[in-house]
Design a protein around this ligand. Sequence first.
Ligand SMILES: Cc1cc2nc3c(=O)[nH]c(=O)nc-3n(C[C@H](O)[C@H](O)[C@H](O)COP(=O)(O)OP(=O)(O)OC[C@H]3O[C@@H](n4cnc5c(N)ncnc54)[C@H](O)[C@@H]3O)c2cc1C
Length: 390
Amino acid sequence: MFRMTFSRSRYDAIVVGARCAGAATAMLLARAGAKVLLVDRGARGADTQSTHALMRGAVVQLHRWGLLPAVIAAGTPPVTRTTFHYGTDVMPIDIKPRDGINALYAPRRRVLDGILVDAAVAAGAEIRFGTALESVETNGQGRVRGVRLRDRGEHRVMLAADWVIGADGVGSAVAKQVGADTYVQSAHRTATVYGYFAGIANEGYRWHFRPGLSAGAIPTNDGLHCVFAGVPSDQFRTRFGTDPFDGFLGLLSAADVALATDVYAAGPQDGLHRFGGIRGHLRQSHGPGWALVGDAGYFKDPVTAHGISDALLDAERLAMAVMRGSDRALAEYQAERDQFARPMLSVTDAIAVLDWDLEEVKRLHAVLNHCMKAELAHPPGGALPARQAA
Ligand SMILES: Cc1cc2nc3c(=O)[nH]c(=O)nc-3n(C[C@H](O)[C@H](O)[C@H](O)COP(=O)(O)OP(=O)(O)OC[C@H]3O[C@@H](n4cnc5c(N)ncnc54)[C@H](O)[C@@H]3O)c2cc1C
């Protein structure tokens, strides 16, 4: 039966989506003293469709927030080397101890997102899983003033907030409801198939590139490796439509026969995960009483494995802007994000073509490396400003 509750309690912020972008934003706002509600339509502790190699930017954020020990305690193996394979050309790079970290990590999403949710709750945020956004509510002047939520028992509730933050992923309902404009759209997209395999030696991150193909292996929790292969999206059905494991093995064999042999021997732990590809975007990410963070506002093809890193960096930029509390601060958040996002999106799109020769993709990776260094050189600023008295 339809039931509706009107709550008189008002939140400083309601964050829709409790994964890396939303949970991190909620944690930072709650740590700064804000009254925060974090909601997700999914279940607590679920994985999501994503491989999860963290780049230095993400690991540095987790370190700065005091959460790296929890990632390590969850049995996430350290990654001390990353190796690029361009055809038969092998380029190993050791991870230098710097910025307070001496290794990279690739926690399963249920591990990473769970740690961020726990940290948000520990900081005082309220969390509701199994709760979906139904609508964003506005006042007579068009300013967002709250949300209508629905739980699994069909119970609806109207809640008021100064800020509604959409951290609800690439198909963001918040973005749709507020009419957020998409002002950059990528041209290319890759399809990815991945699975989890036991018995593979931890040689760090392994990235393989051949014209028309990207593949790799990512050491993760429970002694497993996340092994993936990517092709242009228009080949998704022909490669993976009939027998996905056969198609996957064929691509891996082209990239690295030894890895394909290990994968064949182990077999996937819980089947294969398939992602057909979505073109990247930059969306308008702020307006009166609302903001977007993570994939909701900025999505790029997974070929550069950088979405989680950017989500964690942008979570802090947004939290700082919300605590400043002005529309201007929110505009500055988007401008700062875009300063790094535009070149990153552009080089990601060029790599996602998968139609380069090996010298060209090496050059594109040099550009990508430059983008990552630029972002690391300008981390979200110091301490979060204290909450203004109401
Ligand atoms: C195949 C693939 C591989 C990838 N590999 C990597 C990688 O190796 N490294 C990397 O850094 N990035 C990678 N990415 C990118 C990364 O997954 C994303 O950038 C990241 O998940 C963005 O996090 P988010 O919190 O913004 O959104 P999401 O992780 O998408 O979370 C959004 C949340 O919002 C919730 N939600 C949605 N709608 C509603 C609603 N109406 N009401 C309530 N809740 C709602 C969902 O349940 C979900 O939990 C990959 C992506 C894909 C698709």
